[in-house]
Design a protein around this ligand. Sequence first.
Ligand SMILES: Nc1ncnc2c1ncn2[C@@H]1O[C@H](COP(=O)(O)OP(=O)(O)O)[C@@H](O)[C@H]1O
Ligand code: SF4
Ligand SMILES: [Mg+2]
Length: 400
Amino acid sequence: MSGDSERPSQPPTDPPPSDGKDRSERPSDFPQDRPSEWPAGIASIRPSALQSEAQKAGDGEEPVSRLPAGSRTRPLLVVERLSKVFPVHQGLFGSPQFLHAVEDVSFYLRRSETLGIVGESGSGKSTLARAVLRLTEPTFGRVLFDDRDITRMAPAELRPLRRRMQIIFQDPSAALNPRMTVRELVGEGLSIFRMAKDAAELDALIEKSLGLVGLGPETMGRFPHELSGGMKQRVGIARALALKPELLVCDEPLSALDVSVQAQIMNLLVRLQRDLGLSLLFISHDLRVIAHTSHRVAVMFLGRFVEMGPTTKVAQKRYHPYTRALFDAVPKMGPDARTRLPIVTDLAADTPSAIDPPKGCVYAMRCPSAEKGKCDVETPLLAEVVPGSHHRVACWHPEV
Ligand SMILES: Nc1ncnc2c1ncn2[C@@H]1O[C@H](COP(=O)(O)OP(=O)(O)O)[C@@H](O)[C@H]1O
Ligand code: SF4
Ligand SMILES: [Mg+2]
C-alpha cells in the first residue's frame, strides 16, 4: 500500500477556527424552526433543544453551541484524511485484495457540538467511529484529540485519554456482560480509572450516573436480562457518562431498540449533550434522527463523505445526488412520526464493491448525472459550493 504522499490531495475541510474570537457573540442568522423543506416525517419532529442553543450561539455560518470560557475556538477532535483498509482475501493467482471501509475522511468536532454521520449499511460509519477512537488502527491519516495526535500514541500514553472518549454501541444486550450487575457494569470504569476513593463514593458515583439516565438506585443490583432494551441502553449510557467523557460516540444507539423507546433514548441523548456540554459523533442510518440530534451532518457513501454541512443548510439545499435520494426516501408520515423511526437508506442494490473500489466518483454507478470520462475517472473531493458557506459536496456536477 502506498503512503499518504501518493494519494490525491484533499482540500482542507471546514478549517477549525483559529482566530481566537468568541464566535458565540456573533449574530446568528439561523431560522427559528426546522426549515419547511424537511420531508414531513422530519418536520414533524419537534425542533431540537440543541438547535435552539446553536441558534442563540451560532456564528451565522455554522451552528456553534455556547462553549466554556477558554475553549471556544479549539475543536476537541480533528480527523485528517483518515482511511481504514482491511486486507480481506487473496484474489485470482494469490493477489491480495483490500476492502476500503473508510477512505480519505476529514472533519472536525467542536466542543459541545454534535456531528451526525448518516449513510446506509456498510458505508463505513462504524469503522470510522472505531478508527477515530483507535479501537481499530487507522491505515492512513491521523486523529487529534484535544490537540494531541493519538494515532501513533503508545498504549500507556493513550490510556488516560480513553476515559475522555467513550462510545455507546448499537446493541446494548451485546455490549453489557450478562454476568455483571448494573452496579458492576457502571462501576467498572470508575474502578479502572480510580475515580472513587472508597466503596461509598463508588456507589454514590454509580447512583449519580444512573440518575442522569433516569434510572433509580433500585436497578443497581439487577442483571442485564432483568432489564428492558431501553433500560439496558440507559445502563450503557450511564456506564459511559460515569467516566465524565468529553467525546461521546453514539454508534446507531437507537437501531436495536423497540420503536416505542427510540424517541425516549434520542431525546435523552440530546438533553445530556446539552446539559453536560458533550461533543457527540452521532451515527445513524436514519436521517430524521440526525436532523433531530445534530448541529452538522456528514453524509457517507462507500467509505467517503460525499456531503457535509450545517444541518439547517443541508435541510434547505442538498447538492449531492445521494443526499437528495436519502431525503426523497424519507417516508411522508403522519402525526405519529415521532414514534416511528424507519430505516431510510439501502436505496438500491447497485452499490459498487468496497473491495478495490472503482476509479472516480464512488456514486457514479447509481448517479443519473454521471458524466462518462469524468465521473468514472476522477475522484471529486469535498469542496464548498458557495465559498464561506461551510457546506461541502464531493461532486463534479452538484445541483445548484
Ligand atoms: N474487521 C473487518 N474486516 C473486514 N471487513 C470489515 C471489517 N469491519 C468492517 N468491514 C467492512 O467494512 C465495510 C464498512 O463496514 P461498517 O463500518 O460496519 O459499515 P456501517 O457501520 O456503515 O454499516 C463493510 O463492507 C464491512 O463488511
Ligand atoms: S461526481 Fe458525477 S457521478 Fe458522482 S455524484 Fe457527482 S455527477 Fe454523480
Ligand atoms: Mg455500523
